[in-house]
Design a protein around this ligand. Structure first.
Ligand code: NAD
Length: 509
């Protein structure tokens, strides 16, 4: 049986309006302007991590054949889309941003149900998509190049930006709307067509983004949405000759695998990967301020932000005071369902993450660090059915310990005492990662030294390690990425190619 796009959309809309806890809606792939089932005939469940019995929605368990169809559609749509004036492409993105704004609260509820973070955070996630959509839409009227003098007479030189072609976008689950939007918007604005594969823990928010872009007027085939397992689908997308660029945000492990595959064909790939972000607290810092900032940056989003604070490098003179303050904040946090107004911290994204985080508690204890609070799954009362973990603080951590070197990706903070600024910087820079780093100090001299000395793509002064602003570049050094930057004006550069043009106009006799 075939259904038209509008019939399918109407059905999807009607199902959406039904009670959220009734039979979950089954979403289809969106390929070539049609909502289509996978050729596999199989689906997978999008589970609420606060109540793991609740299936939020069902999604297509796609195969490489679905990726093939999506790439075919993206390739077909490319000539028309790249010929569409950039300001018109920007208008569609602006409309999408305004639609997101209209539906922000309803979309945030769905995001909390599929991902777990509290409503105020999912509202913020969508706000990032809105803000960046508004910002990048305006780039359609800029997309500036250079015009410079030629070394020769009767000649002019300039550069123009051109789309790359078909772009494959692969996204993680921790910012289910912001990250798909901050990749898809600039890719589309630059004139590329897109195949989007979201993380299997949070496909619903990416499906909502797709629906909104369609409603905003995106032509058929320009954005294609395919769900399913990262390994098989990802590899099919990453190795296909029709793909000009892969943009992936995810773990450093998967990033390395994707980079290797792309490297074989010299395919462009932009990778935003893991972090082991540190806050330095100097002995002249405002300790109360530092404690509050670390509690938010370490336990917000249940520690599942690429920029989450997972190390605090504290001057030994204030280490005890800082640790006492942080433990008090951790123990005050109300853990629960992100839909409840009083919840301060939601669940981890799935039960597998509870096991993974708990392994790090065991590692920390074996390594000889001191567990000050937390260090256990939470299963009491209303939490019984969810993937909850207690906010965890370790003290007496040594820089070489695994809990000080590896990304835990949970509500897990390691406190490392040091004796000087120099030692603090050495420890901060001692991991394979370089995403975000912060320092608390009241000394202007130390502020400027830290701006120079910290090896990270993002540096915060007297603030925690989180909190990107979408009009500024975002990305990391070392193994936190491969040198690209997202957001800001860099985003459009990333998804386009510079062409240098030489125009000769000598007088013809
Ligand atoms: P992940 O690496 O497991 O998955 C990311 C995406 O890659 C998912 O869509 C997944 O399905 C896909 N994938 C998995 N295997 C693949 C393969 N072989 N080929 C292609 N794609 C494949 O990461 P995650 O668990 O979804 O997200 C958490 C990680 O993301 C953390 O390490 C975090 O630090 C990182 N992250 C980084 C940033 C940043 O901007 N630097 C932002 C958010 C998250």
């Amino acid at each position: 049986m075939t259904t038209t796009t509008s019939e399918t959309q109407q059905t999807q809309q009607a199902q959406h309006e039904a009670a959220p806890h009734s039979e979950p809606k089954t979403y289809l792939n969106y390929i070539g302007g049609e909502w289509r089932p996978s050729v596999s005939g199989q689906t997978f469940d999008d589970i609420n991590p606060a109540h793991q019995q609740e299936v939020v929605a069902r999604f297509q368990r796609s195969t490489p054949a679905d990726i093939d169809a999506a790439l075919h559609a993206a390739e077909e749509a490319l000539p028309h889309w790249r010929a569409t004036p950039a300001p018109q492409r920007g208008e569609i993105i602006l409309r999408a941003a305004l639609l997101l704004e209209q539906r922000q609260h309803e979309l945030a509820r769905d995001m909390t149900r599929e991902m777990g973070k509290p409503l105020r955070e999912t509202i913020g996630d969508i706000q990032t998509a809105i803000d960046f959509g508004k910002f990048v839409a305006g780039e359609g009227r800029r997309a500036e190049g250079e015009t410079v003098p030629s070394a020769l007479a009767d000649k002019m030189c300039l550069t123009i930006r051109q789309p790359l072609g078909v772009v494959g976008i692969i996204t993680p689950w921790n910012f289910p709307m912001a990250i798909p939007a901050w990749k898809t918007f600039p890719a589309l604005l630059a004139g590329n067509t897109v195949v989007l594969k979201p993380a299997s823990d949070t496909p619903l928010s990416a499906a909502h983004l797709t629906e909104i872009l369609i409603e905003a007027g995106l032509p058929a085939g320009v954005l294609n949405f395919v769900t399913g397992p990262g390994g098989s689908l990802g590899d099919a997308l990453v190795t296909d000759a029709r793909v000009a660029m892969i943009s992936l945000t995810g773990s450093t492990e998967v990033g390395k695998h994707v980079a290797e595959l792309c490297g074989r064909d010299l395919r462009r790939c932009s990778l935003e990967l893991g972090g082991k972000n540190a806050v330095i607290v100097m002995d002249d810092a405002n300790i109360e301020e530092a404690v509050k900032a670390v509690a938010w940056a370490g336990f917000g989003t249940t520690g599942q932000r690429c920029t989450a604070t997972s190390r605090v490098i504290v001057h030994e003179k204030v280490a005890r005071r800082f640790a006492e303050g942080l433990v008090a904040e951790a123990e005050k946090l109300r853990v629960g369902d992100g839909l409840a107004a009083e919840t301060g911290m939601g669940p981890l994204v799935n039960a597998g993450r509870v096991t993974a985080v708990h392994e790090y508690t065991e590692i920390g204890q074996l390594e000889g660090a001191t567990l000050l609070t937390g260090g256990r799954p939470l299963q009491e009362g209303e939490l019984a059915d969810g993937a909850y973990y207690a906010p965890t603080v370790f003290a007496d951590v040594k820089p070489h310990m695994r809990i000080a070197q590896e990304e835990v990706f949970g509500p897990f903070v390691s406190i490392i005492p040091v004796a000087s600024y120099e030692e603090a910087v050495e420890v901060a820079n001692s991991t394979i990662y370089g995403l975000s780093c912060a320092i608390f100090t009241e000394s202007a001299r130390t502020v400027f030294r830290a701006m120079r000395d910290l090896n990270a793509g993002l540096v915060y002064i007297n603030a925690g390690t989180t909190g990107a602003e979408p009009h500024l570049p975002f990305g990391g050094t070392k193994q936190s990425g491969n040198g690209h930057r997202e957001l800001g004006r860099k985003a459009v550069e990333e998804f386009s190619e510079v062409k240098t043009v030489f125009v000769s106009y000598p007088q013809v006799e």
